[in-house]
Design a protein around this ligand. Structure first.
Ligand code: G3H
Ligand code: ZN
Length: 289
């Protein structure tokens, strides 16, 4: 199918359903996300983070081209999203690399600096036709830092501040801090649903949940029912990939052909993608055929 955009997927999603957005690092991640979405018959967002670009020596293009090609061959709509961008230089490479949306992350900065940087990014992005998400109330556990405790003060978005931030920056969507934390390897996060209700009531842009790998299924469902429109998932894929490879090589330590253990790893990721999409959406299933 032709590439779609994150904005179109969110607009087209049924009420009280969310678009799943998965972070990809390798070609196998890309293939697994597309395969998982196809088996769930649901649209999906492929996300490439600034950290993933750094892993590829700062070169965005090879992974982006692979993701574009996989998206165009997919049987379901796929959007490409550049995630957690702090570098203005990388932001400016988004369009040529085929991305229809970006998440500009200045949430580490004090409020006014975050607002100024985000506003400038929005001006540029909208001039290029890009849909742009930003973050207010830092979701912890980024860039290798220990995940924040769900009740840490830095892990909350204030509704009044969020309303002003959205109005003054012009962002198309807002990542909100409601109790999740990045890079959790246990699914134990407890979300602040009362805060989400206040945020959903205060804001008229789609709300995005980050750090969703650490959020249990029921909490995810409740968050989607409460107004989360995009759910970002990364670590869950890496848990699946690494676990499958570890098990494979433990059973068969003589194997050196990466195709053998990567096949197991890719299949485990695809299964995780399909399962989590099933948790997130009830009405976003595409009609058969
Ligand atoms: O932006 C990416 C997500 O927030 C992924 O977080 O790796 O904890 O699932 P996660
Ligand atoms: Zn994130």
């Amino acid at each position: 199918m032709p590439l779609t955009t994150t904005g179109e997927l969110i607009t087209g999603a049924a009420a009280h359903s969310a678009v799943a957005a998965f972070n990809v690092i390798t070609l196998e991640h890309v293939e697994a996300v597309v395969a998982g979405a196809e088996s769930a018959a649901a649209p999906v967002v492929l996300q490439v983070s600034e950290n993933a670009v750094r892993f590829h020596d700062g070169d965005l293009i090879p992974l982006a081209r692979a993701a574009s090609a996989a998206a165009e061959r997919a049987a379901v709509p796929v959007a490409l999203h550049l995630d957690h961008i702090q570098s203005d230089d990388l932001l400016r490479r988004a369009v040529d690399a085929g991305f229809g949306s970006v998440m500009y992350d200045a949430s580490r900065l004090p409020y006014l600096d975050n607002l100024a940087a985000t506003h400038a990014a929005v001006e540029w992005a909208h001039g290029q036709g890009l849909w742009i998400e930003a973050e207010l109330g830092q979701v912890g556990g980024k860039n290798g830092a220990a995940p924040l405790d769900a009740h840490a003060p830095g892990a909350r978005t204030d509704p009044d501040e969020a309303r002003a931030f959205v109005a003054d920056s012009g962002v198309d969507a807002l990542a909100v801090a409601i109790g999740s934390s990045h890079a959790m390897t246990t699914r134990t996060a407890a979300l602040d649903h009362a805060l989400l209700e206040r945020l959903a009531g205060a804001l008229d842009v789609p709300l995005v949940l980050h750090g969703s790998s650490g959020v249990p299924d029921d909490e995810l469902r409740t968050a989607v029912a409460g107004g989360i429109a995009k759910v970002n998932i990364g670590t869950a894929l890496n848990i699946a990939l690494t676990g499958a490879i570890r098990d494979f090589l433990t059973d068969r330590p003589e194997v050196v052909d990466p195709r053998k253990y990567l096949t197991a790893g890719r299949a485990a990721m695809a299964e995780t993608v399909a399962r989590l999409i099933g948790v997130l959406r009830t009405e976003a299933v595409l009609p058969p055929g």
